[in-house]
Write a protein that binds this ligand. Structure first.
Ligand code: GLN
Length: 307
């Protein structure tokens, strides 16, 4: 007998399957994704995971990596040192906007590419290779299993990364990045190519919901004070130029990625992950947004909900 929660989630997926959008085309390998894949997972802070749809589908994490690398930079360097290099102001702009403060070159926030390339450079390690090893192990701790790597997406993005390369060099020009920016760019593209499924993402989200303790392993991954900082930045900047609309309609800290994933966090309760490669005009999963709006309304998940 399927639980009422399971039945509810299955109904939501069925109802949102009609929402349309376009698969990301600027990374050639992503354009090859099956546009009709659709998966939803809800992980509670006590470690139960509800799953619906194409739950076995694997894809590159893309920008959902950004809050987790930001978290690692915070854990490694402390809030003050990170804030000197990256601000926490919503940019109101697209994810790949060259959004740097005039004068200092400091990126507006760690959720846009400029800020994420910067936080990648703030991870501790002797070189970009070691930093990436730590990043992947760190994401794996949140997911509760060792995450893979999508070589094809990595190669495809590296070959076409003209815009991110320009951003990295501009950051170097402003002294936000030091030394050769190329290894940091490579490290950033690698982090975007870590392979996940929707269950992994739900558990990564649930670890944040659970104050930094992975619900299944019971391991503390991140100090609670850093969780608060990461969730705050996700709430204001996680959905790019749709962040304000998202916060008023869904009301949860969240992060999207161009491969079609979205995570949303209900602090103290659950992590939610949706995957559908069809994107809206902001580069957010169209069905993912529809699912989160529905669930927020039906289950009163909006953090500002007052009855
Ligand atoms: N790797 C992608 C990029 O840098 C990530 C963007 C995203 O997921 N929004 O362009």
């Amino acid at each position: 007998m399927r639980s009422p929660v399971q039945q509810y989630l299955e109904a939501i997926v069925e109802q949102c399957a009609g929402t349309d959008g376009e698969v990301a085309g600027y990374i050639p390998e992503l354009a090859a994704a099956d546009p009709d894949q659709f998966a939803l997972a809800l992980a509670t802070v006590d470690g139960h995971v509800y799953e619906v749809g194409d739950i076995g589908a694997r894809y590159s994490i893309q920008s959902i990596s950004k809050p987790f690398t930001y978290a690692l930079a915070l854990a490694d360097q402390g809030r003050k040192a990170v804030a000197e290099k990256v601000d926490v102001e919503p940019s109101g702009e697209a994810f790949n906007e060259i959004s740097l403060a005039s004068g200092t070159g400091r990126p507006r926030n760690p959720m846009i590419n400029a800020g994420a390339i910067t936080t990648a450079s703030l991870v501790a390690g002797a070189d970009a290779e070691e930093r990436f090893r730590r990043v992947r192990a760190w994401y794996s701790d949140f997911a509760g299993r060792e995450l893979g790597f999508d070589e094809a997406v990595y190669a495809s993005e590296l070959a076409t990364a003209h815009r991110n390369r320009a951003i990295a060099h501009l950051l170097r020009e402003f002294g936000i990045l030091r030394g050769d920016p190329e290894p940091t760019l490579d490290q950033y593209i690698r982090q975007c190519s870590v392979a996940v499924d929707t269950r992994d993402l739900a558990l990564m989200a649930a670890t944040l919901a659970n104050g930094g303790v992975q619900p299944r392993s019971g391991r503390r991954v991140l100090p609670a004070t850093d969780v608060e900082q990461v969730l705050s930045v996700m709430a204001t900047c996680g959905m790019y130029d749709a962040a304000g609309d998202w916060l008023s309609t869904v009301g949860m800290p969240a992060k999207s990625g161009v491969s079609g994933g979205i995570i949303a966090i209900l602090p103290g309760q659950a992590g939610l992950a949706v995957f559908s490669p069809r994107l809206d005009a902001h580069g957010n999963s169209a069905r993912g947004v529809a699912v989160c709006e529905r669930m927020s309304r039906d289950m009163e998940m909006h953090l500002m909900h007052v009855g």
